[in-house]
Ligand binder design. Structure first.
Ligand SMILES: Nc1ncnc2c1ncn2[C@@H]1O[C@H](COP(=O)(O)OP(=O)(O)OP(=O)(O)O)[C@@H](O)[C@H]1O
Length: 734
């Protein structure tokens, strides 16, 4: 018995319509006919849904387009602005050739499943998430920027124009401006079969796609997306001039207004940092363009053409600072009132942009670059070019204003994995140091974002040098360089993560003359109030510390002035005066008090020394005089004895008359004492022997020849004269 199908049964049971009766001659309907209709209806529904997807609220993740369509993807993505509240789905039936992508609302999934779950739905799977948590964490400003982007279908806004106003306002807010630059795919990467994993939309949004690892069978078809928003993002076709005018031109303007500006490139090795900063001869980079712009503007604005431009160029290599313009010994970093400075760094005065170019070229020749596996001309050091500008302008009221501004341009070494460069070589040591300093940089960024009190700038030389740029009074711009290659996905993700985080750093970029602006919103006002209170507290503490120091100095000076040494100086009145004036504390300022005390002490010491010297001199003089007198007495007694002897022998007197000494010789001791008037011969002898005379030597040179001649009692004793002993009578010799 033939088994009737359901449709046959259906046709038998249901009453036929007129049409059906007319067509009753037709054979029975295909048993699959109903299914086909249903399929048709479903296709229709699907088409409708497809139409709905084309509307702006529902769009595809631009990164998915990358898989199949290289350059056309951006255009398509431009047309369709992705909504962050939807999750993509993609047909993976034959992913290599055929792909359908559509969106399902995000709220239908749990938070975990958004990132991890692979939801089977017919033949389709969820392959990517349009709004990763990171995107939600982006700063308020970033969100504001996203909100101002033109709604689809509305009048197109010029991004450049929008940027200029945004950049200006952001700089005024003191937030770090963060830009992203994508470099073209390198030949090597193409040959290695890498795919493009970055898509830039609206010159601001960056979409990053993670491709599954070919060997990871569990997640073979799985893709993940990341979305970031920056102040501007530059696709690979962007020119150097475009990058300069959107990132650095504003900074140069700020420097000419008398502020400090800083720009640094951050990214993985080979991502295009040096290309952006230095560029090539045909395509000069930001450094070169900024210098040219600076010189041309300064010449236009300078009041008296008496402007100065000073330049320094240094590198941080393996945690040592080196001067690139005059290489030599490593430099030491010191902190002074101007901030962190490299002691002994050459400051060149440049007169033209061409001169700066030449200096830059010379400096770059001295910079440490080595070929690595990732980059043939890899910079192994962080390079910092600093330009200090000083010029005068005429103010609105006709008065001349002096303006000083500093521009720092930093080309960082690339963050890298050891395997990406070389292992077990000097390169790995360099890499470790580069990574360490970049890690220190990320710690500082984290601390600044979290508003911590202590920012660990001292962890590396790089962060010490960037202290001003990150947390000081400075307008700062960061360019994150990324590679489009899927082989560098990890590095690119890392770079974008830190760039996203850096957006939240606020610097204290303001003029010294600028007054605190009162914000409009109550929350900001409350914040400002708290900040000011905190600052006030810190200032009070500083004041208390200073007072304490002054008191200590006062105590020390009092102790010094009342020491026994000073008392012996014999100036009690002055000491007393000083002490009383110090204790009163009204007469002098703290500084003058200590100065006066120190001066008095010094003077007293000086007096003591001179008095002591005088005493010594007098002692010696005394000793000499006593010696002379002794000699004279001795001589006198000898002569007395001689005379007595002569008187005793009266007969002999006349006979011995012929033996008396001749006229002019020492006739009597009294005569010699009162009138030493030595003979010319004698004078000549003393003249000659002054320097070597045994009687002069013990006087330690203090007595000169003139001293002897003018001193009446200082006449040389006859006992000291040579040959005197010969005249001594025999009786005395005994
Ligand atoms: N926007 C770009 N357009 C054309 N070529 C680029 C661009 N960016 C980078 N390149 C090229 O990519 C290569 C690597 O770039 P670069 O040396 O600037 O990388 P890097 O980030 O400075 O690397 P490292 O940190 O190792 O020094 C260079 O050959 C450079 O010419």
């Amino acid at each position: 018995m033939p088994v009737s199908t359901r449709s046959q049964i259906f046709s038998r049971l249901e009453p036929r319509t007129k049409d059906q009766q007319e067509n009753s001659h037709m054979p029975l309907r295909n048993p699959h006919h109903g299914l086909k209709e249903k399929m048709k209806a479903l296709t229709l529904l699907y088409e409708q849904q497809k139409q709905a997807i084309k509307e702006p609220r529902f769009s595809t993740h631009p990164s998915v387009d990358l898989l199949s369509s290289g350059n056309t993807g951006e255009k398509r993505a431009k047309e369709s602005k992705p909504s962050i509240s939807h999750v993509m789905r993609e047909s993976t039936l034959n992913s290599s050739t055929q792909r359908r992508t559509y969106i399902m609302p995000l709220h239908s999934m749990t938070e975990d499943s958004k990132e991890n779950a692979v939801v089977a739905c017919g033949g389709d799977r969820i392959v990517g998430i349009l709004s990763p948590r990171k995107a939600n964490m982006s700063s308020k400003v970033a969100r504001k920027l996203s909100m101002v982007s033109e709604p689809c279908g509305s009048k197109k806004v010029d991004v450049g124009e929008l940027m200029t106003t945004k950049v200006k306002s952001t700089m005024e807010n003191g937030r770090i401006l963060v830009f992203v630059r994508l470099r073209p795919v390198a030949k090597k990467e193409r040959e290695a079969g890498s795919r493009c994993c970055v898509r830039i939309v609206n010159k601001r949004d960056v979409y990053l796609t993670e491709f599954a690892n070919e060997n990871d069978y569990l997640r073979l078809k799985r893709l993940r997306g990341r979305h970031f928003t920056f102040d501007a993002s530059f696709p690979d076709s962007t020119t150097q001039q475009e990058v300069y005018s959107k990132t650095t031109a504003g900074l140069v303007e700020a420097v000419l207004q008398g502020r400090n500006g800083s720009i640094f490139c951050y990214g993985a090795t080979g991502a295009g940092k040096t290309y952006t900063m230095l560029g090539t001869m045909d395509n000069p980079g930001v450094m070169v363009l900024a210098i040219k712009d600076l010189f041309s503007k300064i010449q236009q604005r300078s009041f008296d053409e008496n402007h100065t431009v000073h330049l320094s160029y240094l590198e941080v290599y393996n945690e040592t600072v080196r001067d690139l313009l005059s290489p030599g010994r490593p430099l030491v970093l010191r902190e002074d009132k101007q901030g962190i400075v490299a002691a002994g760094l050459t400051q060149y005065r440049a007169y033209s942009a061409e001169e700066v170019m030449a200096l830059l070229q010379q400096g770059n020749l001295n910079r440490t670059t080595e070929p690595t596996r990732a980059n043939e001309t890899s910079s192994r050091s962080h390079a910092i070019l600093q330009v200090v500008v000083e010029y005068q302008v005429k103010g609105a009221s006709g008065n001349v204003v002096n303006r000083v501004g500093k521009l720092s341009l930093v080309d960082l070494a690339g963050s890298e994995r050891a395997i990406a460069t070389d292992q077990r070589t000097l390169r790995s040591l360099e890499g470790a140091n580069i990574n360490r300093s970049l890690l220190a940089l990320s710690s500082c960024i984290n601390a600044l974002v979290e508003g911590k009190k202590h920012i660990p700038y001292r962890n590396s030389k790089l962060t010490q040098l960037l202290k001003d740029s990150l947390g000081g009074a400075c307008n700062t711009v960061m360019i994150a360089n990324i590679s489009p290659s899927s082989l560098s996905f990890g590095e690119t993700q890392n770079t974008l993560y830190w760039a996203d985080r850096a957006k939240e750093i606020r610097t204290k970029a303001c003029d010294a003359n600028e007054e605190t602006q009162i914000p409009d919103s109550e929350t900001d006002q409350a914040k400002l109030l708290l900040e000011l209170q905190k600052e006030n507290r810190e200032l009070r503490m500083q004041l208390a510390r200073q007072r304490q120091k002054i008191l200590t100095i006062q105590a020390k000076s009092i102790a010094a002035t009342s020491s026994p040494t000073n008392k012996s100086a014999g100036q009690p009145n002055e000491t007393h005066k000083l002490r009383s004036s110090l204790s009163v504390g009204n007469c002098f300022s703290p500084v003058s008090k200590t100065t006066v005390a120190n001066q008095t002490v010094k003077e007293l010491m000086k007096t003591i020394r001179s008095l002591e010297a005088e005493i010594q001199r007098m002692k010696k003089d005394h000793a000499l005089q006593i010696k002379h007198k002794d000699n004279f007495i001795h001589d006198l007694s000898l002569r007395g004895a001689e005379l007595a002897e002569k008187r005793g022998n009266g007969v002999k007197r006349n006979n011995s008359k012929a033996k008396e000494p001749p006229e002019g010789n020492l006739r009597s001791p009294a005569h010699r004492f009162l009138s030493p008037a030595p003979t010319a011969k004698k004078r000549r002898f003393w003249d000659i022997t002054t320097a070597n005379s045994p009687s002069v030597a013990p006087l330690t040179g203090r007595k000169t020849r003139s001293h002897f001649t003018t001193e009446p009692l200082g006449a040389p004793s006859m006992l000291l004269q040579p040959g005197f002993a010969c005249h001594r009578p025999e009786t005395l010799k005994r």
